[in-house]
Design a protein around this ligand. Sequence first.
Ligand SMILES: [Mg+2]
Length: 181
Amino acid sequence: MWSIFVLKRKKVKKEWGIHSKGKSINSNYGESKRGMIVDWNGRDRLRVAIFVDVDGTLASPYRNGKRELRSSASKALEMLSDHAPLFLWSIAGPENGLRLLKEFPHLKPFVSGCYGKEEFPFNLVDNPFCIDDEEVDDAVLKCSHIIVDTFMGGKNSNQLREAAQLITQQLTNEGLSCDKS
Ligand SMILES: [Mg+2]
């Protein structure tokens, strides 16, 4: 079982961490390996999936038709995708994630798909994890989640990278990592 943490490190540093949805981790399947799931077909059962929010988590708001990518985004997504299939999702729909991949194509190799937050078939995921900058969406609460500060552009805190490290550590500790190494 996981420890349950309250979120928002900016309030109390020691409370930063993964907020479990209260379900014990189930590690009774062993199919998926990195490289096997390049583009998920939307039907196969996933032992683990990681969802990363777009607006405020990976990218700043648009200004003059452009948005900034958090400087740690690429490293964080790479780290996470080494351990489990990773999806971009957005309350604005799958187009938002797809647009982000067009704007920043170097992220593409780490992403298995883009979804609207309300559209992902959670019944197919045994252990959903997510990183978001807000704890307001029902979809976020269905996952073991970490809330990071909202990225508005400019200086980037280290929270996204730390969140990625915490999740990969947790996956490794629970025997859920798909990492082949
Ligand atoms: Mg957001």
